[in-house]
Write a protein of this length. Structure first.
Length: 576
């Protein structure tokens, strides 16, 4: 064989080797791509389990629970209960617990795991905004933007599209580092409660504005309606709260400040310039403080209001010393009905719209979210988690004929009586102990449309007959007398009034972790603010001291905080 033939033969062998290598490499690459899609699919087409609505074989989702004091039926546990069985049997998902602990230690467990570089649970709830920020900064949690867009149901997408601020706590530079857990809307937003029988005795109507309210308070103060011979303050109000005494969950004064156009302690675009500004330093607060000082001087507000927390102040109303108090829609049942009516069955109380001030009506708005469901960055079954989330939302408002139309599990959150009727009365449950199955969820709370319950009850109060399972469930909670005449249901009336003024609820738009300057100087600034405002209300300091407070606040770190808050806001509100 000549040299030329040998060279040609060698070239053929080399060419054949290269072709085989390319084929093998291509096959490996395709197999690897297929494997990656199966392990961490980012489209419905790549997830057979998601498309079918059940994973077979079952997949596992590890989690952690921040409540180690849950009630269980006999033989059940956090790892093996009616909900974990449901997830396995219906969805093909094994829920596994890396740990359970109390809420105080939950954040510490996560931080210790991070410090030791241990693998975190696949999906778990974070309530601490600072911890959420640490997880994002450390790159430990997944940007779920693509997964949400691909796997979230139309129902879930619609709910989360109702308010862009829902996403603010988890958003950074267009990424979404977790699923915000939504509160029921307006749950702590106040209406005003009046002693209706006292108004009738005085020949007065429910006031619609601050001027009319002042006349009502003046008449109540003079009349000694409780017969104790004292000039009791007619307006129950709480100023003892270390975080924000002027916008709190019961007996609060946010509606007074809101009537002047601002809420202390809240960050919002008060001057409509696209920037977040701190409510407590706005000039309108000075006007509201001046009004509260006038009410204090006239005796409309108790001299002990600075010592009264929310419950103590509400007791001024339920003990019949005061005739007016601000509170949430559920306040009528507790503590008003549970305490006032218990001691005086003849007492009559009515909820009413928040009266308007010089700038209209304003009040605190309940925070939209309560926590975040975060997902471990390298979690491989986001499709399974999203199927689980979709079902939690779907079955929380299950349609007629669904196995979940009455609740999650018979004997837990509802019972079927011998006559076939559905009951949620405590007396009908085993050991008279109903169990909220949603407490077993990975999310730790019911996944709901924030406005769903309010809208249903508003309709029921206005005479709509219940038609859907959820409507019937809420309707059945009312006593028979109120079912026959919804106008008698004061809690339903409170919700109807809240909905009428829902656009007047003002939100705190800073939903991120405390900034660096907040951590170092926030406590001193908060103390300065509270002491100054209380001193002005009590008349110990002239209202002109407000201007000096604003100057001190800015110099002591407020300006730096404002810059940091707006850096966060720009990042949180950024588009993808």
């Amino acid at each position: 064989m000549g040299k030329k033939d040998l060279l040609i033969r060698r070239l053929k062998v080399l060419t054949m080797f290269m072709l085989v290598s390319v084929f093998i490499l291509s096959a490996c690459t395709n197999n690897q791509s297929t494997t990656n899609k199966q392990l961490n699919p980012m489209s419905k087409e790549d997830s057979e389990g998601f498309e079918k609505g059940k994973f077979d074989p079952a997949v596992s989702i590890s989690t952690a629970h921040c409540n180690n004091n849950l009630p269980f039926r006999d033989g059940e546990s956090v790892e093996d209960n009616v909900h974990t069985k449901w997830a396995k049997e219906e969805l093909g998902i094994n829920i596994e617990y890396d740990w359970t602990t109390n809420s105080e230690q939950c954040g510490q467990k996560v931080r210790l795991a991070m410090a030791a570089n241990q693998e975190l649970p696949d999906a778990f709830v974070v309530y601490d905004k600072q911890l959420l920020g640490e997880l994002i900064q450390a790159g430990k949690v997944m940007d779920i933007s693509q997964a949400f867009e691909e796997f979230a149901s139309d129902q879930v997408k619609e709910i989360y599209s109702k308010d862009t601020s829902y996403w603010y706590p988890v958003s950074k530079d267009g990424a979404k580092y977790g699923l915000p857990l939504l509160n029921e809307s307006l749950v702590n937003d106040p209406v005003l409660y009046y002693r209706e029988d006292w108004l009738k005795e005085l020949g007065l109507k429910v006031p619609s504005n601050f001027e009319e309210l002042e006349k009502v308070m003046d008449e109540m103060l003079k009349a000694d309606l409780n017969g104790d011979g004292k000039k009791d303050a007619p307006l129950a109000m709480a100023f003892k709260n270390d975080l924000n005494p002027f916008a709190t969950w019961m007996s609060d004064s946010s509606w007074v400040f809101g009537g002047h156009g601002v809420i202390p302690g809240y960050w919002n675009t008060w001057n409509k310039n696209g920037k977040l500004e701190y409510g407590s330093i706005q000039p309108e607060v000075k006007e509201a403080l001046e009004r509260l000082n006038k009410w204090f001087d006239k005796g409309y507000i108790s001299a002990d209001a600075g010592l009264h927390d929310e419950r103590t102040a509400s007791e001024q109303f339920t003990s019949q010393k005061s005739g007016i108090v601000a509170g949430p829609n559920w306040m009528y049942n507790w503590p008003i009905k549970a305490s006032l009516m218990q001691n005086n069955p003849d007492a009559k109380v009515t909820p009413a719209l928040v009266p308007s001030g010089p700038e209209g009506v304003g009040r605190l708005g309940t925070a939209a979210t309560s926590g975040t469901l975060v997902v471990r960055k390298d979690f491989k079954h986001i499709d399974a988690l999203m199927l689980y989330i979709n079902k939690l939302f779907e079955y929380s408002a299950a349609p007629e004929g669904s196995p979940y139309e009455n609740g999650w599990a018979e004997g837990y959150d509802y019972v079927v009586k011998e006559d076939g009727s559905i009951s949620k009365d405590r007396a009908d449950f085993p050991n008279e102990e109903p169990i909220r199955v949603d407490k077993y969820f990975i999310t730790e709370i019911q996944m709901i449309d924030p406005f769903k319950r309010l809208e249903i009850i508003g309709d029921l109060y206005n005479g709509k007959k219940p038609q859907t399972p959820l409507e019937r469930a809420y309707f059945s909670e009312a006593p028979k007398e109120e079912q026959n005449n919804p106008a008698l249901n004061k809690s339903w009336q409170s919700i109807s009034l809240l909905l009428e003024q829902k656009d007047q609820s003002i939100q705190d738009l800073f939903l991120g972790a405390p900034t660096e300057t907040m951590l170092s100087k926030g406590e001193a600034l908060r103390t300065l603010e509270i002491e100054t405002f209380i001193s002005i209300i009590y008349g110990k300091t002239p209202v002109s001291e407000f201007d000096a407070f604003v100057k001190k606040w800015r110099e002591m770190g407020g300006d730096e905080i404002t810059e940091e808050v707006n850096e966060w806001y720009e990042s949180a509100a950024a588009e993808e």
